[in-house]
Design a protein around this ligand. Sequence first.
Ligand code: SF4
Ligand code: SF4
Length: 93
Amino acid sequence: MSREPKTMKDLPPTPLSRPKTGSAGETGFWRTFRPVFDMPRCTGCLLCWIYCPEGCIERDEEDMPKVDFKYCKGCGVCVNECPVDAIKMEREV
Ligand code: SF4
Ligand code: SF4
């Protein structure tokens, strides 16, 4: 019986091909909504880092997620994958 992964370490070892950040240019201007992280709530599981289809979530010095907004398209995949609801989408102003 499978269970939902709680951190990236719960995922099976799999060859990972990440998109090259910026291969389509600076795509951040496509965004109409942006992910806003509630860092006190974030557990550092890095599922958002694994699943971001643009490869634009980086890991900071403390191994916590940090978005490169030059390339984030605002797709919301990170919001769907976060197991503790630490990310919300907010409309760009
Ligand atoms: S909104 Fe999409 S592109 Fe932006 S950080 Fe989240 S998953 Fe990546
Ligand atoms: S924002 Fe959510 S998915 Fe990303 S590392 Fe934090 S807890 Fe995990």
